[in-house]
Write a protein that binds this ligand. Structure first.
Ligand SMILES: *Cc1c(COP(=O)(O)O)cnc(C)c1O
Length: 371
């Protein structure tokens, strides 16, 4: 039995923590099947790669399993070297994380105190408000423009107390992106006491010609941290591995704050192997492009529209409160992501799946809208 007397200790949290709401992840397939008694459910809710990881990554995991009794290389030497070659940077410019989520948290813990402010956009990734509040800092949320980041509004919120600005490019859950020129001007305009955290979790999916590569800017800006992940196009979300790239001095600060063995050995081995599989990346991109076209056409055929997206997901405007539509999809064994918590109560976010998954989503959506 849990003691019903509340220990006074519980009211003594660090500032911000008591009011935190936990991150709401996409519902796992097993949870849906257990709760709703449905079978053969599909999940298009967390922007995972429907092809799964590269076979090279799977092989690497099996090989790494022979050494599970040993601690991982806490310095991440091999993966940092591979990333350095892959990205054209020095290994000292790379910090590894337990997902790029950990890098977002690390950078906040490293630089932000309760007296400081953090700027990000309305409808931006849910982790930015969480990490800000967890350190007791003040969030300054800029209104969006056409659901995307309004860089002028964001710049207008920067003051002497600002320590971090989070920019998601492209943004999740909207799929919107910022073009090279506008973003470069924004970073250039930031005062030197502000660190820009450029979250490029979907970088590898984007083929818009004016989409910038944040890592190419690192030579010019030492107040820039670029984050990327193996969770999305590389299909390794379950292993938790991401990274941040920036000035070696910035990276060395993050290295002091992180746990000694924050990324496990299977994850590092898989990530390194995944980097070498260009064919898997090409197939993943091609599947995403055709699935995107399939979903956009199907959504329009239902008389709905989605925000134009350069990622592997779409924010679909269902034209009414999306909560009952989400529920109706769940009952049909289709998991998508409600985004009311992002200030978008009439939208559902759907991940681009395999053709048959996309078709099943469209069919279920049509049925959900008709009842
Ligand atoms: C998924 C996602 C991440 C982080 O994912 P990890 O699995 O922690 O690497 C970061 N930013 C955005 C915008 C995302 O959508």
């Amino acid at each position: 039995m849990v003691n019903s007397v509340v220990n006074p200790f519980l009211s003594l949290t660090a500032p911000g923590v008591a009011g935190l709401k936990p991150y709401e992840p996409g519902k796992p397939i097993e949870t849906l099947e257990r709760e709703y008694g449905v079978r053969n459910a599909i999940k298009l809710a967390s922007n995972e790669n429907p092809l799964g990881p590269s076979p090279l990554a799977l092989e690497a995991v099996i090989k790494a399993s022979a050494k599970l009794a040993l601690y991982p290389d806490g310095a991440g030497f091999a993966l940092k070297a591979a990333l350095g070659r892959h990205l054209g940077v020095q290994p000292e410019q790379v910090v590894l994380g337990n997902g790029s989520n950990e890098i977002l948290e690390l950078v906040t813990r490293t630089f932000v105190t309760p007296a400081d402010e953090v700027v990000f956009s309305e409808h931006a990734f849910a982790v930015y408000p969480i990490v800000t509040q967890a350190v007791g800092a003040t969030a300054r949320v800029a209104p969006a423009r056409d659901y995307g980041h309004d860089l002028d509004a964001m710049a207008g919120l920067v003051n002497e107390n600002t320590r971090l600005v989070f920019v998601a490019n492209p943004n999740n859950p909207t799929g919107t992106y910022l073009a090279r020129e506008a973003l470069e001007a924004f970073i250039t305009s930031m005062p030197s006491h502000v660190l820009v955290v450029l979250d490029e979790a979907y970088f590898e999916f984007v083929d818009a010609p004016d989409y910038p590569d944040g890592i190419a800017w690192l030579e010019r800006f030492d107040n820039l941290l670029v984050t990327r992940t193996f969770s999305k196009i590389y299909g390794l979300a379950g292993l938790r591995v991401g990274y941040g790239v920036g000035h070696p001095k910035l990276i060395s600060l993050l290295e002091r704050v992180r746990q000694p063995f924050n990324v496990n050995s299977a994850a590092m081995a898989a990530a390194e192997a995944a980097l070498a599989d260009h064919e898997h990346l090409r197939r993943s991109r091609a599947l995403n492009a055709s699935g995107m076209a399939q979903l956009v056409a199907g959504i329009e055929a239902l008389g709905l529209h989605a925000l134009p997206s350069v990622g592997n997901f779409l924010a679909v405007h269902v034209g009414r409160d999306a909560a009952p539509v989400y529920e109706a999809l769940l009952r049909q064994g289709v998991i998508v992501r409600p985004v009311a918590g992002y200030g978008m109560p009439e939208f559902l976010r759907v991940t681009i799946g395999r053709p048959e998954e996309n078709a099943r989503f469209l069919q279920a959506l049509e049925a959900a809208l008709n009842n």
